[in-house]
Design a protein around this ligand. Structure first.
Ligand code: G6P
Ligand code: MG
Length: 217
């Protein structure tokens, strides 16, 4: 099957926002009186904002009502947004922009498939918005990864079949979502947790159009 489109997760694939999520969640935990470590933060990758808060509260052994939870999630987000609003294009992960441009030069369509409701702000700050033919973010989906909704909507917006798509993902749930949607998947990170992907690389700097084409044969 010919590859016609590539779908990219944002956080951890194109940009390292995990460090800002971590600072914002750690601050919230400190306010609530417990410590939230970088290792705890690993559990939040690819997880929606409210589900992340649930994990954080589980770490702290705290139970709260829904109204309080929504207030705290908003507070965390305000803190996080203050960081991403200061992001600069030099925070794009190595090789990401070059790979997107290489794909474009070969006529491959490009979509974003991210759980983040802040994806547009981030793409604008990085001056990457124009490279995407479709943007599906946390404001456009109702089901979280590993549900394939975000990627299926991306394929639909691009007018391609799922079997013609390759997804780039750093989270295990994201790899599962891609495969559940009938797409090929390249894991960004370690084969230890991304072993189900068709190929695992350390970063987009290890990708090329040639490597992409070899995936489908
Ligand atoms: C991505 C990140 C998660 C984050 C989620 C929601 O999937 O990997 O860590 O919780 O997006 O982000 P948001 O910007 O909407 O809070
Ligand atoms: Mg990610």
């Amino acid at each position: 099957m010919e590859i016609k489109a590539c779908l990219f997760d944002l956080d951890g694939v194109i940009v390292d926002t995990a460090k800002y999520h971590f600072i914002a969640w750690r601050d919230l935990a400190a306010k609530l009186g417990f410590e939230f470590t970088e290792q705890d933060n690993e559990r939040l990758k690819g997880v929606s904002r409210m589900a992340s808060l649930d994990i954080l509260l589980e770490v702290g052994g705290i139970q709260l009502d829904d109204t309080t939870k929504h207030r705290l999630a908003e507070e965390k987000n305000r803190n996080y947004v203050a960081y991403i609003e200061k992001m600069m294009p030099d925070e794009i992960l190595p090789g990401a922009e070059a790979f997107l441009k290489e794909l474009k030069s070969h006529g491959i369509k490009i979509a974003l498939g991210s759980a983040s409701k802040n994806a547009m702000t981030i793409l604008e700050r990085l001056h990457l918005t124009q490279l995407f033919d479709a943007i599906i973010d946390g404001t456009k989906v109702s089901e979280a990864k590993p549900n394939p909704e975000v990627f299926l909507k991306g394929a639909e917006a691009l007018g391609v079949k799922p079997s013609e798509c390759v997804v780039f993902e750093d989270a295990e749930a994201g790899v599962e979502a891609a495969l559940a949607g009938g797409m090929l998947c390249v894991g960004i990170g370690s084969p230890v947790n991304l072993g189900k992907a068709n190929l695992v690389v350390c970063g987009l700097n290890e990708m090329s159009f040639d490597k992409l084409r070899k995936l489908s044969v």
